[in-house]
Design a protein around this ligand. Structure first.
Ligand code: SF4
Ligand code: SF4
Length: 432
């Protein structure tokens, strides 16, 4: 590992990346925060301009922190930019520089340290929190809080309660370290990253993913010793902890690969996938881990990307419904994958696919953005739901658990009872 001075120089926007922006403004309309707020400093061009000023010596002030913080890191601007600006890399580096140069109040520091450094990497703590959440949900307390309006008395915390994921027992943690045989002859050997919170809140989605892969001739290994991917850490600028988690995941996967050739490492979470595919960016200074991170990256595939690249098992029953697809930002803009999920939806018999307007504009979920900036996130979600309602689907499919939670909240508030699912869950339905 390089010394801390090296890291300090790496964990901030690099001149070579900043210089790519020619300030043309062609990205402005693709930016949800600019569309909503109409403020140049909350546009990609405005944020890059502020990064340049800081790189030229202007001190990091509250205004800079706020404008960078309000960015969804959805990378919609990256797709719109004709100059190839890697905005995702820039905003993540800007947040790391802010994190390394900000003295937070004691409570905020303690809470951040607990969530990012203790809770997310720990299956034991996540299980304890998941169990408490489960009790809250099944004891009737949640219903009582919502029906009595007590949730509203909690103020901003009440709005966040509506966005909380549900706990699904049994949790998926018990499957970590297991290997599942393919149905029929083995065509591929894949490893699956199970996530962190997903083990609690998307345990059934993880199981559906394993089933669909097995139906397609995959032996599925859930590597032991894997942990949280660190995407939330990277987005929050906490890169030292992200590196610790990345090393653990790289070691876990490469150990499984050494034990028997793996064809692909699979994730069903587009947000995680983006970070997992960019692990090499965390180790640009690290001669030992850079080649390992590159090897890991070469194996990493989103589940839709993988399934669309193989000869799909077409032995499916019809799913008679109208479906639309919400692009997950980190799949469409981060990983440049747009056609694979649509191709899979079109492969399901009975399913009628209807494209929705502005399907690749962020829904406002953006990791924990909806929890930190609930008001703006809800304004963005309301616009998304207007486009959903215009399309009139029965099902909204997407490719990221965080987007699913956000869209479910949107359906509860502005929808027409649409079902929100992951693309893989529809395939699973068709196979069963
Ligand atoms: S990020 Fe790209 S599109 Fe946006 S102002 Fe810079 S060069 Fe133009
Ligand atoms: S990442 Fe998204 S919110 Fe941030 S500047 Fe780009 S388009 Fe706007």
């Amino acid at each position: 590992m390089g010394d801390s001075k090296t890291l300090e120089n790496i964990d901030k926007p690099q001149t070579v990346d900043l210089d790519r922006c020619v300030h043309c403004g062609l990205c402005l309309n693709a930016c949800p925060t600019y569309r909503e707020l109409g403020v140049e400093m909350d546009s990609p061009r405005g944020r890059i301009y502020q990064m340049v000023q800081v790189s030229q010596g202007q001190p990091i002030g509250d205004s800079y922190r706020e404008h960078i913080d309000l960015c969804l890191a959805c990378r919609g601007c990256e797709s719109a930019c004709p100059s190839g600006v890697n905005y995702g890399r820039l905003v993540e580096a800007a947040r790391a520089e802010i994190e390394n140069n900000t003295e937070r109040p004691w409570l905020s520091r303690t809470l951040r340290n607990f969530v990012f450094r203790k809770l997310l990497p720990s299956p034991t703590l996540l299980t304890a929190v998941g169990a408490a959440l489960y009790v809250y949900q099944v004891s009737g307390l949640q219903k009582l809080m919502r029906a009595s309006g007590m949730v509203r008395l909690l103020g901003p915390l009440g709005a966040r309660e509506a966005l909380a994921p549900s706990a699904q027992i049994p949790f998926f943690f018990r499957q970590i370290g297991q290997t599942y045989a393919p149905e029929g002859p083995r065509r591929f050997r894949v490893a699956m990253m199970a996530g962190c919170i997903a083990n609690i809140s998307f345990a059934r989605l993880n199981e559906a993913t394993v089933r669909v892969l097995r139906k397609n001739g995959c032996e599925v290994i859930i590597p032991a010793n894997q942990t949280c991917c660190g995407a939330l850490h990277v987005h929050a600028g906490i890169r030292d902890q992200a590196r610790i988690l990345a090393k653990q995941n790289i070691d876990a996967v490469l150990a499984a690969h050494a034990a028997g050739q793996i064809d692909a490492v699979i994730t069903n979470a587009a947000g995680c996938g983006s970070t997992l595919k960019e692990y090499d960016e965390l180790f640009e200074h690290d001669a030992e881990y850079l080649p390992k991170a590159k090897k890991f990256k070469s194996l990493m595939k989103d589940v839709t990307e993988f399934l669309a690249s193989i000869e799909l098992n077409r032995d499916m029953k019809p799913v008679d419904a109208i479906v639309t697809y919400q692009d997950s930002c980190h799949l469409a803009h981060g990983q440049k994958i747009r056609s694979a999920p649509r191709q899979l939806l079109r492969a399901i018999p009975g399913l009628k696919f209807k494209e929705m307007p502005l399907s690749d504009v962020c829904c406002g979920s953006a990791g924990i953005y909806n929890v930190l900036h609930t008001d703006l996130s809800m304004r963005i979600l309301e616009k998304k739901m207007e486009n959903v309602n215009r399309t009139q689907p029965q099902i909204i499919a997407t490719a990221n658990p965080g987007c699913m939670l956000q869209l479910e909240a949107g359906v509860r508030q502005w929808g027409k009872g649409e079902r929100v699912v992951h693309v893989v869950e529809l395939l699973d339905e068709a196979y069963t």
